[in-house]
Design a protein around this ligand. Structure first.
Ligand SMILES: Cc1cc2nc3c(=O)[nH]c(=O)nc-3n(C[C@H](O)[C@H](O)[C@H](O)COP(=O)(O)OP(=O)(O)OC[C@H]3O[C@@H](n4cnc5c(N)ncnc54)[C@H](O)[C@@H]3O)c2cc1C
Length: 388
């Protein structure tokens, strides 16, 4: 017997939970699936979940991050005030060259700031409780955990997941694991990272970001010390995902090591994070209380991938001259029927996901247009050109 839903979302991180939240305003037939035993056990559970502005000269990417930061900060404050600490962030240039860059960005700051000590204080800066936030966002939809979506296929008007679950519309929010998407242009790379939580006797009253982020401290009554998060590191490993997707498939925040991310990487990252954090604030009487690692999903041009998924085979069949570099309008490209993605949110998943999920849901329900820069079309077009 098939179980049948109007919407099935695969992947219960911040991208999937945000999508579940906005979709639940329109439907009560939604299933959210994850292979892990709970919500936010992939990259979303490893995140420091800092929300911070992007500094720089105007460009499309900065425009996107600024819009998302404005939207998501208000969204979290309006809906889950207890899980956002909007204490501001001090951004500190890491060296003289970086200080000069900051100076040149001054005419283009999208948010209010004040110069403070060695850095710049932005009151928009926040930190999110990642687990509670995802839990809240997914509260109104049915959830299926410990369930691996091994294959998907279209049969008639439905998508079939493992020949067991039927969905009229399927949304893939699978983060760094893109194995359900058989499209070469859908090039998402895992950028692994580590965050640590420590106890310290040092009190910190805002978030900081220099070469790493250091959170505001929270007093732990039992421990009689402050708890602080420090993140994050960045590693790319040269594994061919088509050959070995093992680390990504088995990664979850309760399992610290993988093939590539061994004990020595974890120990070195811990030392590195403590050193970088101490360059921001002198942390006294430090005890490490938690270490999390996770794979961020990063696209090749750093923009997210949102909306319909272009079907390269049918598109090339329809427009064979595409391989010779001819131009075809986006709306003419052929996409998979009733299949959508929200992926590639990289190192800013908690900034981007609520904003992108709202836009994606309005695209699915009301056929609203999505910004061109986030469509899967762009990477398809680049891939066709490169491979012609
Ligand atoms: C150490 C670290 C620190 C970070 N710090 C920040 C920060 O300060 N601020 C910020 O905004 N972002 C930060 N990020 C980035 C942020 O965590 C990610 O952008 C975000 O979590 C990605 O969310 P996601 O839902 O796309 O992926 P994930 O959270 O990885 O969720 C994808 C889910 O899909 C499930 N899945 C995949 N395939 C299948 C399948 N076939 N069947 C069933 N389930 C499947 C996985 O189990 C996983 O739970 C950080 C990331 C890391 C690793």
């Amino acid at each position: 017997m098939y179980k049948e839903y109007e919407y099935v979302i695969i992947g219960a991180g911040i991208a999937g939970s945000s999508t579940a939240y906005f979709l639940s305003e329109y439907s009560d037939s939604i299933l959210l699936i994850d292979r892990n035993c709970d919500i936010a056990q992939g990259a979303s559970g490893a995140a420091g979940a800092f929300l911070s502005p992007l500094l720089g000269k105007p460009n499309k990417f900065k425009e996107l991050i600024t819009s998302a930061l404005k939207f998501s900060t208000s969204f979290y404050k309006d809906n889950i005030l207890n899980e956002i600490t909007n204490c501001g962030v001090v951004r500190i240039p890491k060296n003289n060259e970086n200080r000069e860059k900051f100076e040149s960005y001054k005419p283009y700051m999208d948010f209010e700031y004040e110069e403070e000590g060695e850095g710049y204080f932005f009151k928009i800066g926040s930190q999110i409780n990642s687990y509670e936030t995802c839990r809240f966002l997914a509260k109104d939809v049915e959830k299926l955990f410990n369930y691996e979506a091994e294959h998907i296929k279209k049969e008639g008007e439905f998508w079939l997941i493992n020949d067991e679950i039927k969905a009229k519309k399927l949304i893939l929010t699978t983060g760094a694991d893109t194995s359900l998407i058989d499209e070469k242009y859908f090039n998402i790379r895992a950028v692994w990272g580590q965050k640590i939580d420590i106890y310290t006797t040092t009190c910190i009253d805002v978030n900081y970001h220099k070469e790493c982020s250091l959170s505001i401290s929270r007093f732990d009554e039992e421990k009689k010390k402050y708890k602080v998060s420090i993140g994050a590191t960045h590693h790319r490993f040269n594994c061919d995902m088509k050959v070995c997707n093992h680390c990504i498939k088995t990664s979850n925040i309760n399992k610290m090591f993988s093939h590539s991310y061994g004990e020595s990487t974890v120990n070195n990252d811990t030392k590195k994070l403590l050193k970088l954090a101490n360059e921001i604030k002198n942390l006294e009487d430090v005890e490490i209380c938690d270490i999390k690692i996770g794979p961020r999903a990063s696209s090749t041009d750093y923009f997210p991938m949102v909306g319909k998924l272009i079907n390269s085979k049918t598109t090339i069949k329809k427009f064979p001259h595409l391989v010779n570099g001819s131009h075809v309008k986006n709306e003419m490209l052929s996409s998979y029927d009733n299949l959508f993605v929200l992926n590639g949110v990289g190192g800013r998943g908690f900034v981007l996901s609520p904003y992108l999920a709202k836009n994606l849901v309005e695209h699915i329900i009301k056929n609203n247009n999505l910004e061109e820069t986030i469509l899967t079309h762009r990477l398809f077009k680049r891939w066709v050109k490169k491979n012609s």
